[in-house]
Design a protein around this ligand. Structure first.
Ligand SMILES: Cc1cc2nc3c(=O)[nH]c(=O)nc-3n(C[C@H](O)[C@H](O)[C@H](O)COP(=O)(O)OP(=O)(O)OC[C@H]3O[C@@H](n4cnc5c(N)ncnc54)[C@H](O)[C@@H]3O)c2cc1C
Length: 375
């Protein structure tokens, strides 16, 4: 049986009973949904060997090929399985520790990620260091065999649920820009860490401000050498867009189908201009899929920027279409609750900001693909 068939059969068999109600829960704009059941599902997936497929077998993965990883993500999305809680560990810090961590770090951190026992968050952005990440000011110094961390991070997704955070911070006093930074692994549940939720347009809080005030972590919890944090941080970003993109597009197709169905029901589809936008959205989704397949290589280079720019702008337009398809009813939250299409409209505004804003992606394409002069 191919891995795709195995995944399909396993998901059909296991998204039943206690997990039947987990279908469709979570995801962008809906991370508040079903935390307990999604955590149980994360552990169930891990126990059955369906997390971290790309990892080497000696760390509990399946050393799956890119094609098999795509197949899994597609089947996962098709089964409407709940949004993963462990994706930051599995997709970002896990691969970074595999690539640049020590053997002790791999032994300590990888198994709990794979088993869904420890959740992670990403501590990069700060109030004055977003697109300009090299401006980070959070600092850390060694004291009695431990790093002591002080500073503020912002927009930290899922920090309120996370056990650990990978923190980009300045460990060489007086250093500038990308010099003198380090990549520390910091436990979240300790007195020196305060997480304050940020309320979003959707009324929910998926990201947070995180304040480190003398937070500590063992001296050994540094990936790479002190001062080498920029290189490690960039390696993490290199893992940000991968095989899961094609699974994401199955979710997009489901959303688009729902928008089309809504436009039919409300009569909005009689408007020739709206019909034109729906057809265009459908065609562009096909193009997105073909482009994603083309960029599916271990190191996709600037094509990853094209993919990010394309899907995020497309998804934001889909949010606007969702709003138009509902007509005036879309402007009102019934009983104070947003429905899926309203949530899609509001949350998709964020797509062109996180994981590198559209302007930053255009700069990358301009400089690295078109060879235009640096900004
Ligand atoms: C939903 C969501 C989740 C997030 N999760 C996390 C997380 O888990 N961890 C984390 O560390 N961060 C996270 N972020 C933060 C995200 O990485 C930053 O918002 C992003 O990098 C932009 O930084 P900024 O918000 O400081 O905006 P700024 O960098 O201040 O940018 C403001 C505007 O200026 C434009 N701009 C900036 N520089 C240039 C330039 N050189 N040329 C042209 N235009 C430019 C930008 O495109 C933007 O339109 C998240 C953000 C969102 C929206």
């Amino acid at each position: 049986m191919s891995l795709r068939e195995q995944a399909r059969a396993w998901l059909a068999e296991n998204l039943t009973g206690e997990f039947a109600g987990a279908r469709g829960l979570g995801g962008p704009g809906r991370e508040h949904e079903g935390h307990e059941i999604r955590l149980a599902w994360e552990r169930h997936l891990g126990a059955a060997g369906w997390t971290c497929l790309a990892w080497p077998e000696r760390y509990g993965g399946r050393a799956a090929s890119l094609e098999d990883q795509v197949a899994f993500h597609e089947e996962y999305a098709r089964a409407d399985a709940p949004a993963r809680l462990g994706h930051i560990g599995e997709g970002l810090v896990g691969p970074t520790i595999l690539e640049l961590g020590t053997e002790e770090q791999r032994a300590r951190f990888l198994p709990p990620i794979r088993r869904g026992e420890e959740l992670w968050c990403q501590g990069y952005s700060e109030p004055d260091a977003g697109s300009d990440l090299a401006a980070v000011r959070t600092r850390a110094h060694l004291e009695d065999g431990r790093w002591v961390v002080t500073g503020q991070k912002v927009w930290t997704s899922l920090a309120h649920l996370a056990d650990w955070c990978f923190v980009l911070c300045r460990t060489e006093p007086g250093s500038r820009r990308h010099h003198g930074l380090s990549y520390l692994l910091v436990p979240m549940r300790q007195p020196g860490v305060e997480v304050r939720p940020i309320v979003q347009l959707t009324g929910t809080s998926e990201f947070n401000e995180v304040f480190f005030d003398g937070a500590v972590t063992d001296a050994g919890n540094i990936v790479g050498e002190p001062g080498d944090g920029w290189r490690v941080a960039m390696a993490t970003l290199g893992h940000e867009r991968g095989a899961s993109t094609l699974g994401q597009q199955i979710g997009f197709r489901r959303e688009l189908d729902k928008v089309i169905e809504t436009a039919r029901r409300t009569g909005a589809a009689d408007d020739p201009l709206l019909r034109d936008r729906l057809v265009r959205a459908w065609l562009e989704l096909e193009i997105m899929r073909l482009n994603a397949l083309r960029a599916l290589r271990p190191d996709p280079g600037p094509e990853a920027s094209i993919g990010k720019l394309y899907w995020s702008e497309w998804h934001r337009r889909l949010g606007e279409l969702a709003q138009a398809a509902q007509g005036r009813a879309g402007l009102v939250a019934r009983d104070g609750e947003l429905d899926d299409l309203q949530r899609l409209y509001l949350f998709s505004r964020a797509d062109t900001i996180y994981a590198g804003s559209s302007e930053i992606q255009r700069n990358i394409i301009a400089e690295r693909t078109l060879g235009l002069p640096r900004q």
